[in-house]
Design a protein around this ligand. Sequence first.
Ligand code: SF4
Ligand code: SF4
Length: 376
Amino acid sequence: MESKITTENHMVGLSQEPKEENRNTPFTYGQPEKVNSNSWRFRNSVQLGIFLLTLGIGIQFFIYVLQASSAGAIEVSRPPGVEGFLPIGALLGWKLFLTTGVWDDVHPAAMVILGFAGLISLFLRKSFCGWFCPVGTLSEWLWKLGKKLFRKNYQVPKWLDFPLRSMKYLILGFFIWSILSMGRSAILDFLHSPYYKISDVKMLFFFTRMSTTSAIVLFVLLTSSLMVRNSWCRYLCPYGALMGLFSFISPTRILRNSKTCIQCKSCAEVCPYHLPVNRKEHIRSSECNGCMDCVSVCPVENTLELKTKWFNRQIWSPLKLGMVIVGLFIGLVYAAEITGHWKSSVSEYEFRVRLQDIDSSKYSHPGGRVQTPPRP
Ligand code: SF4
Ligand code: SF4
């Protein structure tokens, strides 16, 4: 169990400079990968668990598609969780639901997962990104690996950082503009199009039948993730940008008690988004992913905490935050499953039939346009 300087000790006579041993507990100063903290380990365990779950879902879906493409029996079920990678369809589904009350039954799990991510980001900062997202986890592992390989992470100069950070909002803005410009019938046409019905397979083919261009793009992204902390999340991810917008109106934020802060700067050094935690009274940035690493690293008790805007009291320890996120996800999936809002209406038979001519023009979407189903 890590020890912190208590507020009492600090008031009794600590100077403004931290003692060397305090600089190095529980994190080695400026070396976030060398931490020894229960909170840190707990977040890592949650991230690892979700990453392995996603990997398992991907493998199960791959086997399902293989078996569905053959003449033999299908021995595994289609994992609905794979729809977590269909955020555009989920956004369209949510627009349809919010404007007409109609729930998309083609890929309903996509809507549940996006709803969960939005909900926790709305109340608990962008914690979907910091605790749950498997792409965010991979991104975090890569920059830590890069730090080991190159002995440092590179920092993009400030003049370039801001325009680059805007890119994810521009990409998100394009998607939101496209979705807002679609009316009810256009959305229904898309959600019931042949393309969308097997868009999960198209997404699988992106990896299993990767084109040279996609491989080059992926290579560049992986390499940049090794060198720059969270480069994908920080600069390009529209999903994270959307969660950032939700978190901007979140009532929770990281608050710093400047009276007890000893200016050791550990919080700022450990922050994956380079936020100036040691200089601000509170962190409101939409970049903050609620990872709580700054809270875990702070050596002075009750100095850095996640609190609500309205009540000046600590509401979440890192442990409690992680447990609520995981608990809420399990609860929402269970509720969606028992109420029939989780599994796709595309039957095994229809899936098999569509797989047979998946390479035909019926399943392409040139310029975002899909073939529409015949109207009744
Ligand atoms: S401010 Fe704290 S909680 Fe937010 S991203 Fe930085 S380290 Fe994580
Ligand atoms: S708030 Fe930041 S700078 Fe202040 S004591 Fe805690 S870790 Fe150090």
